[in-house]
Design a protein around this ligand. Sequence first.
Ligand SMILES: [Zn+2]
Length: 124
Amino acid sequence: MTDALVAFLKARLDDDERVARACAGDGTWTVEDLEVYASDLSDDVRTQAARQDPARTLREVEAKRQLLDEHPDVNDGSCGTCVDGKWGYPTHGGSSPQPYPCRTLRLLALPYSDHPGYEKAWRP
Ligand SMILES: [Zn+2]
């Protein structure tokens, strides 16, 4: 399950990046630009679409890839970053490492839960 979730996430991020680059994202999408192409959409729909500028998607993909790197499997089946919360700092023995994939990685995968490759067991 460990490698499957990470492989799934990397594939979804690759998909997001590919589609964003295909849209020639240049960070200049605006509500007014979108109105030219779809003037019958409501203001709310055009605003939502403009907020999904491919440049923003590419920034999100990069941030999520860095989050993946911040949560490595430390070979004993634990996340190298996350701990289960108990009173006290981990260095004082009050907490234990979260099993891998940790809750953070499961939450990163959650937006893709409608993808056919998403496994219900990954749900946080
Ligand atoms: Zn983690």
